[in-house]
Design a protein around this ligand. Structure first.
Ligand code: TMP
Ligand code: ASP
Length: 235
């Protein structure tokens, strides 16, 4: 399958049309942004790592009964996925306090929750992705009641599957962000990516950060952290 016209360029990926209207090609970039786009940079090798890790995890989730947009990996950086219309919600699941949760509620990082939390942000860069609840999402017409219920159930299923998988490779899954899309028949599938850009990963023994927080917080060792996660996931 070959790339046709570019449909979209985001902060970390480009999307291309194909000859088949049901499929698009995603191309992962090394570009990285943080702090609402204020901080810009690049992480060498990130595009290929995020592409391959996402595809591995999407296939793992499919096996566990979670429908995804994944179709076929084309090469290091490019993957064919089902064309979806993205539900404009960032769906964030947390197992351990960190990041904005710790900031917003004035608690330290590292508190292990008895139950995972699920929260939504409105995917809107101009508004800086504000936090919103179910009734706000409904009032804004971002999703139906049924879709919201389904998205939460799918997000928790993803969490159970990924938490167990990452534990098996010595990694704590602290939190992560998912996006869902609607296929042409209206059914929901997991879309976007699952990578060190969109998850917090801490080494199970040392709590060393193995994700994009190293870039966000200028900690150094960014490339090494991505490589280490790649090594643990894909050998
Ligand atoms: P947060 O603590 O900053 O809300 O982030 C929670 C998780 O979501 C974390 O794993 C990083 C991920 N995330 C994204 O993928 N994109 C974003 O724009 C933000 C803010 C967070
Ligand atoms: N959405 C953030 C930005 O680019 C990225 C992040 O912090 O993960 O601005």
């Amino acid at each position: 399958m070959e790339k046709a016209a570019q449909l979209y360029e985001g902060k970390a990926k480009k999307v291309f049309a194909t000859a088949d209207p049901n499929y698009v090609i995603v191309s992962y970039k090394d570009d990285a942004t943080a702090l609402d786009g204020l901080k810009k940079g690049s992480i060498a090798g990130k595009g290929a790592i995020n592409n391959r890790m996402t595809n591995f995890l999407m296939q793992l989730l499919e096996k566990q009964g979670v429908p995804t947009h994944f179709v076929r990996e084309l090469n290091d950086r490019e993957t064919v996925v089902k064309k979806v219309s993205i539900v404009p919600l960032e769906v964030i699941v947390r197992n351990i306090s960190a990041g904005h949760f710790a900031q917003r509620y004035g608690v330290k990082e590292g508190i292990v929750f008895a139950e995972p939390t699920v929260e939504f942000s409105y995917k809107n860069d101009d508004l800086h992705d504000p936090l919103l609840n179910d009734s706000h999402a409904l009032a804004l017409g971002l999703a139906t009641k049924e879709e919201i219920a389904q998205i939460k159930a799918m997000a928790l299923k993803v969490n159970e599957t990924l938490k167990a998988y990452f534990a098996s490779i010595g990694v704590k899954l602290v939190d992560f962000k998912l996006e869902f899309g609607r296929l042409s028949d209206g059914s929901l599938v997991l879309a976007d990516e699952i990578s060190p850009d969109t998850c917090r990963f801490w080494d199970a023994k040392t709590n060393e950060k193995l994700d994009k927080d190293r870039f966000r917080r200028d900690m150094g060792g960014v490339e090494d952290a991505y490589q280490e996660m790649m090594r643990r996931v894909l050998g």
